[in-house]
Design a protein around this ligand. Structure first.
Ligand SMILES: [Zn+2]
Ligand SMILES: [Zn+2]
Length: 195
């Protein structure tokens, strides 16, 4: 390299040209090639390289650059993009967890309504036999199904369909049961909903 070349290489003009080249299609393609070469892979796998990298990352210069990047609009956009991409994944994971928990709990308490025998899964719910469901749900920090699992599906709960469950809690007894009782007693039961 001649002296003139050395001087030129240090000039702002040369640096700008290098930056332009790095960002150009051609420059990026060369980077990609370099990053996938065997020589590169060997170099980054070496202890010497890792040590250098550790040293650099801990240096004030690298830290300042990392801080500046973290506060930049580019980093914010990247974080937003990451969040968006992972929100859907997290949602799907929690949906799957819930489905599994529900299966486990239904298998334990029965897959049909204890009152009317309804067995279509979408209609089934877990009933607090002695009431107090809302208070109980508020008092626990996990979801209801998770709580049941954590407590090894304790007694005091049963599977009911939503109809029987709702009627039981509003009337104190599901009409299916009061009708049965009425037949046994020979009188017609009162199905009116309380006001
Ligand atoms: Zn039912
Ligand atoms: Zn019923």
């Amino acid at each position: 390299m001649t002296e003139a070349q050395r001087i030129y290489n240090k000039s702002e003009k040369a640096k700008a040209a290098q930056r332009r080249y790095k960002l150009s299609e051609k420059g990026r393609a060369r980077d990609r090639r370099a990053r996938t070469s065997e020589k590169y892979k060997q170099r980054v796998a070496s202890e010497k390289y890792k040590e250098q990298k550790r040293k650099y990352s801990a240096s004030p210069k690298a830290r300042a650059l990392a801080r500046a990047y973290a506060l930049s609009g580019k980093a914010k956009a990247a974080r937003r993009k990451y969040e968006e991409r992972h929100r859907e994944i997290r949602r799907e994971t929690s949906r799957q967890t819930f489905r599994k928990l529900r299966q486990l709990v239904l298998n334990q308490y029965g897959r049909s309504c204890a009152c009317c025998g309804e067995s279509i899964e979408a209609f089934l719910a877990i009933d607090h036999i002695n009431g107090g469901g809302n208070t109980h749900r508020k008092s626990i920090t996990t979801g209801f199904y998770q709580w049941l699992k954590n407590n090894h599906c304790p007694p005091g709960f049963q599977t009911l369909c939503h109809n029987c469950n709702k009627a039981k809690h509003r009337l104190g007894i599901c009409p299916h049961q009061s009708m049965k009782l009425g037949e046994e007693l020979g009188s017609s039961p009162n199905h009116a909903m309380p006001q």
